[in-house]
Design a protein around this ligand. Structure first.
Ligand code: PMV
Length: 325
């Protein structure tokens, strides 16, 4: 006997500025995208994922989010977000799953509860990190972390002596193009790489501090709609991320190819592969250039709604579940 389906969806995200340094409590600016993950759950006799037996030991997100569950569930997951690419597939999966699972239990969770669930699932899967992705995928729109002025405060999350104050920001009317290298790079190893670098190299902390300053200045430029300044800061941030060792040849190729037609460009997300983002007023041209260099372009419509319930059941190609450490 199977129960009724409960379906929820959540948006992906891209980081305008602040990935990696946000793990150390520095500021960040993130926008939700129009690509979503949709998850359906229903009560069942056994646990299944997209029609196959679900092995919880191989699926840390599912494992964490059902940790206090005493009945079995069927799960369906459909995604428009490439996995392991820095576009928030793991946080969007966690946010949509958390809402669908709690709704199936007759609960009405708050945004903060869902952020804590999604962040917990992310930490369980990747070992270390900030609540930035979980906050962006739950809340949608635009968020900033640890900026002192502007925006409505949403929540504050603390862990391991770090604190992240999350605020809602107005979504800027700027045009961004994502370029996917097609190289899958899970988040955990990239975050670990920066941590090891911080532990053995005295000046790594200076790079992280500088990234924090660049992000604060970029946030100011974004609020003033100053594309030239924001673009310059994004490109500068890409150089700092490269010094930390999280860029790669393919990301640099797409960033460099976009720059003549953009205000600025950088990797977005954890790097090592995955995606870059360009700020431009010539999105079609940048998309064409990215494609000509072997990348897959997406012209981004930013500011999508956060996690929400959906009618019916998830339909489409079953999602490739994000890689884990
Ligand atoms: O690559 P993504 O989408 O998982 O983004 C990770 C962002 C980091 O700052 C590198 C890690 C984090 O938890 O904040």
């Amino acid at each position: 006997m199977s129960g009724e389906w409960f379906t929820a969806s959540a948006p992906g995200k891209f980081v305008v500025l602040g990935e990696h340094s946000v793990v150390y409590g520095k500021p960040a600016v993130v926008l939700a995208t129009d690509r979503r993950i949709t998850c359906s759950v229903r009560r069942s006799r056994r646990n299944t994922l997209n029609g196959d037996y679900l092995d919880f030991s191989r699926q840390p997100h599912f494992n964490y989010l059902t940790r206090d569950m005493n009945h079995c569930l069927d799960f369906l997951t459909v995604s428009e977000i490439p996995s392991g690419s820095g576009m928030g597939s793991s946080a969007a999966l966690s946010a949509a799953l958390a809402l669908a699972i709690r709704s199936e239990r007759g609960e009405f969770p708050t945004e903060l509860f869902l952020v804590e669930e999604a962040y917990g699932a992310e930490l369980h899967a990747q070992g270390n990190g900030s609540p930035m992705d979980a906050s962006a995928c739950v809340h949608g729109g635009g968020i900033a972390i640890n900026v002192d002025d502007g925006g409505k405060e949403l929540w504050t999350i603390s862990r391991n002596n770090r604190t992240w104050k999350v605020t809602d920001i107005d979504v800027p009317k700027l045009s961004f193009v994502i370029g996917n290298t097609g190289i899958k790079a899970p988040t955990g190893p990239q975050v670990d790489k920066v941590r090891r670098y911080m532990n053995r190299n005295g000046f790594a902390a200076d790079i992280i501090d500088e990234m924090g300053d660049v992000t604060m200045e970029g946030y100011d430029a974004l609020r003033k709609g100053d594309c030239e300044r924001l673009g310059r800061l994004m490109t500068h941030d890409h150089k700092l991320l490269s010094i930390l060792g999280v860029s790669c040849k393919e990301l640099n190729t797409l960033v460099n190819a976009s720059l003549p037609y953009s205000y600025g460009a950088k990797l977005t997300g954890s790097g090592g592969g995955g995606c870059m983002v360009a700020l431009t007023d010539r999105p079609e041209k940048v998309a064409e250039i990215i494609e000509s260099r072997g990348g897959t372009p997406y012209i981004i419509r930013s500011g999508s709604e956060g996690v929400r319930m959906e009618a019916g059941v998830a339909k489409g190609t079953p999602m490739e579940i994000p890689m884990t450490r």
